[in-house]
Design a protein around this ligand. Structure first.
Ligand SMILES: Cc1cc2nc3c(=O)[nH]c(=O)nc-3n(C[C@H](O)[C@H](O)[C@H](O)COP(=O)(O)OP(=O)(O)OC[C@H]3O[C@@H](n4cnc5c(N)ncnc54)[C@H](O)[C@@H]3O)c2cc1C
Length: 273
C-alpha cells in the first residue's frame, strides 16, 4: 500500500506578501509548474496543512486540528489573467478560522497548495458589449474586480466601469492607490470608496455610509453618469452576504434580476460566506 505524505501536495510558493494591515494581506502565489488559465472573476483553492503555524492573535482551536489534515478554502483571484507567473489574492484574517491564521503566518518563500484549476461563473462573459459594469464590494470582495479591471482596462477604453468599495476604515481600503491611479488614467473607470466608521477615522475625505445608502441616494449615478437601469448596466455584488442581500433587494425594485447558473440576469452575486 502506498501512503502519500500530505505535505507533498504543496505545489506552489509564496512569492509576495504585502500586509495592508494586521487583518488584510495581499499574497502572490507562484506555482512550481505552469499556471492554469482563468477568466477574471474566477476563484482558486489554497491549502495548508493543519500542523502549520498560526498567527499569535488567532483564537484557540478547540478541539486542536488533527495534524495531517489539508485545510482548503476558495479565494478569488485578484491578478490579471494575462499574468502567467503568479496568482494574487486579497485575504482577510478570520481569527476564529482554520486556514487564514495559517496563511497569515506563512513567510515569504513558504510552500502551500494551489488547487489544479480556477472555477466560478462570476465573470464578465455574458455582459453585452454596450452595457456598463457596476462592481460593488465590501472588504476583500474587491479581489475579483481587481482581476477584471487589470485585465480589461488595458484594451477596453469605452465600456464604463464603476467600482463601489465599502470598508469600515480608510486603512481597510486595499488597492486604493492603484484604483485611484487607474481612474486617473482611464476616464471610463469611476472609483468610489466609502467607509462606515467615519467617527473613528476623521481624516478620511471621501464618501461615508453603507453601500445600500450610496446606491439609494443616487450618489453612484451622479458620480459615474451610469444610470441604475438594467437595460444600461450589469451589477456585480461580492463580499459580505448581508450587503449582497440588501443591495439585491434594492436593485430588484429597479428591475434588476439575478443571474442563476446559466440563466442570464442583470445582477451577479458572489458571496464569500
Ligand atoms: C467563491 C469564494 C471566493 C472567496 N474569495 C475570498 C477572497 O478573495 N478573500 C477572502 O478573504 N475570502 C474569500 N473567500 C472566503 C474564504 O473561502 C474563507 O471562507 C475565509 O478565508 C475564511 O477561512 P478560514 O478557514 O480562516 O475560516 P473558516 O474556519 O472557514 O470559517 C470561519 C467562519 O468565518 C466566517 N467568514 C468567512 N469569511 C469571512 C469574511 N471574509 N469576513 C467575515 N467572516 C467570514 C464564516 O462565518 C465562517 O463560517 C471566498 C469564498 C468563496 C466561496
Amino acid at each position: 500500500m502506498s501512503t502519500i505524505e500530505p505535505a507533498s501536495q504543496y505545489n506552489s510558493v509564496l512569492t509576495g506578501r504585502e500586509e495592508i494591515n494586521a487583518q488584510l494581506l495581499i499574497m502572490r502565489v507562484q506555482p512550481e509548474s505552469a499556471l492554469f488559465d482563468f477568466k477574471p472573476g474566477q476563484f482558486a483553492v489554497l491549502g495548508l496543512m493543519s500542523r502549520e503555524s498560526r498567527v499569535p492573535e488567532a483564537d484557540d482551536e478547540e478541539p486542536p486540528a488533527a495534524p495531517h489534515k489539508m485545510i482548503r478554502r476558495a479565494y478569488s483571484i485578484a491578478s490579471s489573467s494575462v499574468e502567467k507567473r503568479y496568482l494574487e489574492f486579497y485575504i482577510t484574517l478570520i481569527t476564529s478560522g482554520q486556514l487564514t491564521p495559517r496563511l497569515f503566518a506563512l513567510p515569504y518563500g513558504g510552500r502551500l497548495l494551489l488547487g489544479p484549476k480556477a472555477s466560478g461563473i462570476f465573470t464578465l462573459d455574458h455582459v453585452s458589449p454596450g452595457k456598463a459594469v457596476l462592481l460593488i464590494a465590501t472588504g476583500t470582495g474587491l479581489a475579483p474586480y481587481m482581476s477584471m479591471l487589470r485585465t480589461m482596462l488595458v484594451t477596453d477604453t469605452s465600456r464604463p466601469y464603476v467600482v463601489l468599495h465599502g470598508a469600515r476604515y480608510s486603512w481597510d481600503l486595499g488597492y486604493r492607490a492603484e484604483l485611484e491611479s487607474l481612474a486617473r488614467l482611464r476616464p471610463n473607470l469611476t472609483y468610489i470608496p466609502s467607509i462606515t466608521r467615519p467617527d473613528e477615522d476623521p481624516h478620511f475625505r471621501g464618501y461615508t455610509g453603507r453601500i445600500q445608502t450610496l446606491l439609494d441616494q443616487g450618489i453612484v449615478e451622479a458620480l459615474s453618469g451610469v444610470p441604475l437601469n438594467p437595460a444600461q448596466v450589469e451589477v456585480f455584488l461580492c463580499g459580505n452576504p448581508e450587503m449582497a442581500r440588501f443591495a439585491q433587494e434594492m436593485l430588484a425594485l429597479r428591475g434588476f434580476t439575478a443571474s442563476r447558473g446559466k440563466e442570464p440576469g442583470s445582477l451577479h452575486v458572489e458571496e464569500f460566506w
